[in-house]
Design a protein around this ligand. Structure first.
Ligand code: G3P
Length: 213
């Protein structure tokens, strides 16, 4: 399972990408708005740091405008993946962009049937929001399992990005459920690397290293 960082904070991208484990980035309009920065500037800087897919979301809900925005975003970099909501227009825009060889990420996926639609529209990625499914007392991880089973059964090539990840158990379970990618905030990356036994072991090894002759 590849690990993506879900953020619009460029300093976070620099910090976590330096670990060498980040394969790509995702953003959404809420994250960009919270950054207080211009959309294109954030994407431009992000593609310069991580040499992998960077999902940038369109802000129109009208097919032709979505396509036009997607084409504009792709002018920033070939690393840009056009992120589209799963709506009738979003699916149609996905189909059109796919026809032009442009990668897409179909977002706000909350059902396996939506994932089938995304795959049939030719989506490169589909993003089930497992944390938000959990928030309404449904089982977000079962959604990931269902989508993976369906994609494999029908030989559909769309990649699952487990999104709306809130904590390390989501990451572990998404990996076991067959997500191809997990995208998560920087704070979840920080939680993944920490272990009290690692800290205790380092403290002891460092203390003993001072005793070398
Ligand atoms: O990748 C989708 C993610 O940004 C949504 O996360 O925590 O707002 O549900 P959250």
């Amino acid at each position: 399972m590849h690990l993506y960082l879900d953020t619009a904070i460029v300093d976070e991208v620099r910090e976590i990408a330096a670990w060498g484990v980040v394969s790509g980035l995702t953003t959404n309009p809420s994250l960009i708005a919270a950054s207080g920065r211009k959309f294109e500037d954030v994407i431009q800087e992000m593609v310069g740091i991580v040499q992998g897919p960077v999902s940038a979301e369109v802000t129109s809900l009208v097919k032709d405008e979505m396509i036009a925005q997607g084409l504009e975003l792709r002018k920033i970099s070939d690393h840009v993946v056009v992120k589209l909501p799963i709506t009738p227009d979003g699916l149609a825009a996905c189909k059109a962009l796919t026809g032009q060889g442009i990668p897409t990420n179909l977002t706000l996926c909350f059902s396996a049937n939506q994932a089938i639609l995304a795959a049939r529209a030719g989506a490169t990625y589909v993003s089930p929001f497992l944390g938000r499914v959990d928030d309404i007392s449904w089982d977000g991880m079962q959604l990931i399992r269902d989508i993976r089973l369906i994609l494999d059964t029908h030989d559909l090539k769309t990649n699952i990005i487990a999104a709306s990840i809130r904590h390390p158990v989501h990451v572990l379970e998404a990996a076991k459920a067959g997500a191809h990618i997990a995208t998560m905030p920087a704070k979840v990356f920080q939680m993944l690397v920490k272990h009290p036994l690692t800290d205790a072991g380092i403290e002891k090894f460092m203390a003993d290293a001072k005793k070398f002759k």
